[in-house]
Design a protein around this ligand. Structure first.
Ligand code: GLY
Ligand code: MN
Ligand code: MN
Length: 430
């Protein structure tokens, strides 16, 4: 399904809350040179605020402008040179050439400027209004359109194929890098243009490193946790999935520990109903996981009280999830009119929103043994009675467990776009 960008601009314009004396400029950004003597640039990607309004990925320096007084959009695009046509096969985008932008601005020089997207040289926007309009813009594009959802489904299909192809490689002797290669190659075979972000593959203790890069480290033995966090990308839309496996036979403790996350994740998904507060779902999930940690003897006390004291952050230090779609972090933030919740355990929460139909969110609770937390002297003192510290110390090196799905919020039950990727600790054997 094609996305109709003109229809989208017509829908977005009134939602921005612009005053009649204001003009809006949204910049695509510029290619970034590599820090070496190669005359090369990093691959260019247009700023998502620009891409959303234009669909133009290949428009370095491009600007889309809106005049609120006469409700008109004008797209200024780079003029393709003969050299670019010859060397790169670049085709001319429709719109006015960028050379016409100064005259457009000059004709409106008494007007207040709001500048979104990438910064624009020589333009001095109203900082307060720009911040306000960025928020209203984000809010207007939070519910996904049918065309966006269709692309996300393609990404989910490719991602599912990747996780399926990965299963035979989840065994001792296979390196993190090899797992990454097998996973991503299958995405590409299923049409993915690239990955949604750098795939995370962590074996053993490395499974507790949130943004760890795949290394040549191999699965050493039966019983290592293997955490994979990866997803396919298509037209800048991204799927973001995490699964955790054990090579060989998990111990009873590993099973219970992983089940604590799986159960909490399922309950969190079921809570993703229209009107629900994301912060409430996050905190309820923390209580669920702390209850399990009490059952398996790792924490002590009352789960609700422990979460009120923020003790869960020793094992679950990140947020429950984020908006996903046009990028792995899409249009998150806070509900209009709110400020960021100052509660310490919510500082890493990437959104404080009321869920609405059309939103796509990740749901990704995790529990980890992170040396920097378990060995932290002041945390150990603060939570002396909340944790079975000798057991926590014994588990250092075990790593962590996370399960992550991508849910579409509907009028009723959520739809799980990544449900076809099994959540079993033991790799699937055909
Ligand atoms: N892939 C990073 C994340 O889950 O947010
Ligand atoms: Mn992820
Ligand atoms: Mn995520």
């Amino acid at each position: 399904m094609q996305i109709d960008h003109a229809a989208r601009r017509a829908r977005i314009a009134p939602a921005l809350g612009l005053h009649a004396d204001e003009i809006l400029l949204v910049g695509a950004g510029h290619p970034v040179p590599r820090p070496e003597l190669s005359e090369q640039h990093f691959p260019f990607i247009a700023h998502q605020e620009y891409l959303y309004l234009t669909g133009h990925e290949e428009a370095p320096g491009g600007v889309i402008a809106y005049d609120a007084k006469d409700n008109t959009w004008t797209s200024f695009v780079p003029e393709v040179t003969e050299l670019e046509k010859i060397w790169d096969g670049t085709e001319q985008l429709p719109g006015e050439f960028l050379g016409a932008l100064p005259a457009w601005l000059d004709a409106r020089r008494a007007r207040r400027v709001i500048a979104l997207g990438a910064p624009l040289a020589g333009v001095q926007p109203d900082v307060i209004r720009t911040t306000q309009v960025r928020e209203t813009y984000k809010h207007a594009r939070r519910p996904k359109e049918p065309g966006e959802l269709a692309i996300m489904r393609r990404c989910a299909t490719a991602t599912t194929a990747g996780y399926k192809a990965l299963q035979p490689f989840l065994k001792p002797g296979v390196s993190e890098r090899r797992m990454q290669i097998e996973l991503e190659a299958e995405y590409f075979r299923h049409g993915a243009q690239t990955t949604g972000y750098s795939s995370i593959v962590g074996v053993g203790a490395q499974s507790a490193v949130f943004h760890g890069s795949p290394s040549t480290e191999r699965i050493a033995k039966d019983g290592d946790f293997i955490l994979i966090d990866s997803g396919a990308q298509w037209d800048r839309y991204v799927i973001d999935v995490t699964r955790t496996y054990v090579a060989g036979t998990p111990t009873a403790f590993q099973k219970d520990f992983a089940q604590a996350v799986i159960d909490a994740q399922q309950r969190a998904c079921a809570r993703c109903l229209p009107g629900a507060e994301w912060v409430d779902i996050h905190l309820a999930t923390a209580v669920d996981m702390v209850n399990s940690l009490i059952s398996i003897g790792l924490m002590k006390g009352n789960a609700t009280a422990l979460v009120e004291q923020e003790a869960h952050t020793l094992f679950f230090p990140h947020g429950l999830g984020h908006m996903v779609g046009l990028g792995v972090r899409d249009a998150g933030g806070v509900e209009p009119g709110r400020i960021k919740n100052p509660r310490p355990s919510l500082k890493s929460l990437r959104m404080d929103l009321i869920l609405r139909p059309g939103y796509i969110v990740t749901v990704e609770p995790g529990l980890y043994f992170i040396p920097a937390l378990i060995n932290n002297v002041s945390l150990r003192e603060k939570y002396r009675d909340a944790v079975n510290w000798p057991l926590a110390e014994k588990c250092l090196g075990l790593g962590g467990v996370r399960f992550e799905d991508n849910l579409v919020i509907t009028d009723g039950e959520p739809e799980n776009l990544t449900a076809a990727i099994p959540k079993t600790l033991t790799p699937a054997r055909e």
